[in-house]
Design a protein around this ligand. Structure first.
Ligand code: ADP
Ligand code: MG
Length: 305
């Protein structure tokens, strides 16, 4: 009998490092991983001819897109709705402005940002079959949901190819297929905000499940001692400031964890906890003051037991 080996692939897609380790033939792994490029070409707003770019530049006219784009947009609309608008993937104009300003070590004028927050909303998006109409002035930015969606699709492909043990890590969004080949669950370290890559504040078990973390520390810049991170309050167009340092969300599907961690971060602890309870998802939320708020049912190894 040929003994199967753990293989690992990694690459830079969706503006981050993505890795998959799996107990399978390297050709199977590479074929699954090659889907990242396909999804980048479909969903990135920085790819000129992607479905998302075509929608963004259609100025309110309907655009024909792929089934996958329709699927992710419907999921995004769902999360927009159930989060009361906290999850808003149409802040593309605002997030591009922040990106540009922060790269020049400055912040945008409040008034400029305010003017960008249009009265039209994502809920006014129309989807008829494969025809999508995004209200003029809005720009899709699927950064809060795309990585999770793509991980789910790639995990499906791996399962279909017979893979039983795999771990996907797309820029901190974790999805596991089965458990560790040893037989137990995968152990996932929850990174200490602003710590080194190896520093974790807790370890979580992961088996056929997903963990997504949204935090102030991964992306952004500190200017004059103020942290400007990448998760925006749709009401103000400014980085959310509500005392949350980082929130990790635990679900079965990666797309749910991804969207819900962003939604929780924006909604704040009280509304976020309520939302996650309704969705049967668990969370662990680290606050700026060092305290921890989490779902009572969530078991974490804090290294103290
Ligand atoms: P990461 O992408 O670092 O894993 P998140 O999943 O929390 O973190 O997504 C943050 C990204 O989502 C931002 O970089 C931006 O593209 C997008 N985004 C920012 N604010 C919001 C929001 N209020 N709702 C939905 N998406 C958002
Ligand atoms: Mg997210």
């Amino acid at each position: 009998m040929i003994k199967m080996k753990m293989n690992c692939v990694s690459g830079f897609y969706f503006d981050t490092i993505n890795t998959i380790q799996a107990l399978c033939d390297k050709t199977i792994l590479k074929a699954a991983f090659s889907r990242c490029k396909y999804y980048e070409k479909l969903l990135s707003r920085f790819e000129r001819d992607s479905d998302v770019s075509r929608i963004n530049h259609a100025q309110g006219m309907p655009v024909t897109v792929s089934d996958e784009t329709v699927c992710i947009l419907k999921l995004a609309l769902y999360y927009h709705e159930i989060s009361g608008g906290a999850f808003n993937p149409t802040l593309g104009v605002v997030s591009s402005t922040w990106k540009q300003c922060l790269s020049e070590d400055r912040t945008p004028e409040e008034q400029t940002i305010r003017q960008m927050l249009l009265r039209v909303t994502f809920s006014e998006t129309e989807i008829n079959g494969n025809r999508v109409m995004l209200p003029a002035g809005l720009q899709l930015d699927l950064g809060g949901i795309a990585k999770g969606y793509i991980e789910d699709r790639i995990a499906d492909e791996l399962r279909e190819a017979g893979v039983q043990n795999a771990l996907l890590n797309f820029g901190g969004n974790i999805l596991s297929v089965g458990g560790h080949p040893r037989g137990d669950a995968w152990s996932i370290g929850l990174k200490t905000p602003f710590g080194t890559d190896k520093e974790c504040w807790a370890i979580a078990a992961c088996r056929d499940s997903a963990i997504s973390t949204s935090g102030v520390y991964e992306r952004g810049k500190t200017i004059n001692n103020i942290r400007y991170h990448h998760i925006l309050d749709p009401e103000t167009g400014f980085p959310v400031k509500n005392g949350i340092y980082a929130v990790s969300v635990f679900t079965e599907k990666a797309v749910d964890a991804d969207a819900l961690s962003t939604a929780f971060f924006v909604a704040g602890v009280e509304k976020g906890a309520h939302l996650l309870k309704k969705q049967d998802a668990l969370f662990a939320c680290l606050m700026e003051d060092g305290s921890l708020v989490k779902s009572p049912e969530l078991r974490l190894d804090m290294g103290r037991e």
